[in-house]
Design a binder for this molecule. Structure first.
Ligand code: CAA
Length: 384
């Protein structure tokens, strides 16, 4: 039985900062951010959006009368959780008006958690083929104003439904994992911004990619040339380019050119949003499927997921007949086209008011937010 991604939804808030302007404000050459980091625009997250509301906005686009009754499990991957105890998935079950018998759990392993959700969902559907699982990844990537990580911030959410006979991508049974206890990127409970050893994290990412790709090839007798495209977790789009370039000498020149061309298609959307943490790999997959012009049903796509700390997984999916028809490409393109640019000063003010984690009551700037789901504030230590 085929099991995999039946639908893909996306959400990012409507504000962004231009990376050339940010570079100038930080006394950097704009090409460092545009080419060296590989980012053109960065999503700016208002204080009226958090991981839960962004996840709800993404999931809402792929729920319909046809799949609502079939969903019996919500798996919510995030590293921007709003509560150390209560799962964000319970808020989702309520906001999305899903039935009370839907099992709802939050998962954490840095940027890897949405992939963990998808793999667990795949096994759940194999055991219950008439059911579907809603898997969501939502995050705010925060390193701090003037930090080295600042040009690699961003935020938003991806949502997928996992089902039997999926319309978009059937996920192969085999995958390769590599796990090691390292400190490349982490966020202690007291911190609202990530701590990171930037150069070390980038080197570990490539090491995990090469290890899991090799393990996958050995376990499954797969040749690199069997894969029409490789998609990556993209903390910044140059990171995926570096990983791809590290293995291009292992294939023919024409196949290397095909992988490079498809990589360009896979980073179009990530370039405009920045890091989504858990959702980044799936935004890149979505970008590939919408923007590549030489993919066909039956083509195999390799996916590399990486979550700092660290866990990597390489797995493969097969494109399904009419996958293009199942993508909500217009919705995504309208969302990105209709965004509003803010100045660097406005971005800094929004950044400083983001993610209020405090005991006192507060109200957000929700009146400026046109999203369907938003955080209005907090009353008596409960988010509204
Ligand atoms: N024109 C073109 N390119 C230029 C340039 C110019 N004028 N000036 C500089 N560059 C290039 C540099 O040569 C460099 O390229 P390479 O990486 O290919 O060598 C690139 O721009 C970046 O320059 P620096 O290395 O000097 O940048 P930096 O030290 O300021 O920081 C960073 C870069 C380490 C990525 C930093 O932004 C960071 O720490 N980011 C967060 C960590 C991160 O994203 N890690 C990724 C792996 S971890 C992960 O994947 C999980 C996750 O989501 C966080």
């Amino acid at each position: 039985m085929k099991v995999g991604i039946d639908q893909i939804g996306f959400y990012t808030p409507k504000w962004y900062v231009d990376m050339a302007n940010l570079a100038q404000a930080r006394n950097e050459d704009p090409n460092k951010y545009l080419i060296g980091i590989g980012q053109s625009k960065q999503a700016v997250i208002p204080n009226s959006q958090d991981a839960v509301t962004m996840a709800a906005n993404a999931a809402d686009t792929i729920l319909s009368e046809a799949n609502r009754d079939k969903i019996d499990l919500i798996l919510f991957g995030t590293e921007s959780g709003i509560d150390n105890s209560k799962s964000g998935a319970i808020y989702l079950q309520h906001l999305l008006d899903l039935p009370n018998d839907v099992q709802s759990v939050e998962l954490k392993q840095a940027c890897y958690a949405m992939t963990a959700g998808i793999q667990l969902a795949k096994d759940h559907v194999l055991a219950h083929p008439d059911k579907q699982v809603l898997v969501v990844g939502a995050d705010i990537a925060r390193y701090g104003l003037h930090s080295a990580g600042e040009p690699t911030q961003g935020g938003g959410a991806m949502a997928v439904t996992i089902s039997a006979d999926p319309r978009i991508l059937a996920i192969e049974a085999e995958s390769a994992h590599y796990v090691a206890d390292i400190m490349d990127f982490w966020r202690p409970l007291y911190a609202t911004e990530a701590l990171v050893d930037g150069k070390y994290s980038s080197a570990q990412y490539i090491d995990f990619f090469k290890r899991t790709l090799t393990m996958y090839q050995q376990h499954t007798n797969t040749e690199l040339s069997d894969l029409s495209a490789l998609v990556f977790h993209l903390p910044y789009t140059k990171m995926g380019l570096k990983a791809l370039k590290s293995i291009l000498n292992e294939t023919s020149e024409s196949h290397a050119n095909q992988l490079m061309k498809n990589f360009e298609a896979s980073r179009v959307f990530n370039r405009q949003v920045g890091n989504l943490y858990t959702g980044s790999l799936y935004l890149s997959l979505f970008s590939l499927l919408v923007n590549a012009d030489d993919l066909n049903s039956g083509d195999k796509i390799g996916l590399f997921s990486y979550g700092s700390g660290a866990e990597g997984e390489f797995f493969v999916g097969t494109l399904q007949t009419d996958y293009k028809k199942a993508l909500h490409a217009d919705h995504m393109q309208n969302l990105l086209r209709n965004r509003v640019e803010v100045t660097v000063t406005e971005y800094e003010a929004m950044f400083n008011s983001q993610m209020p984690l405090q005991a006192e009551d507060f109200e957000t700037n929700y009146r400026e937010d046109s999203a369907k789901f938003y955080l209005a504030g907090q009353q008596q230590q409960q988010r509204v």
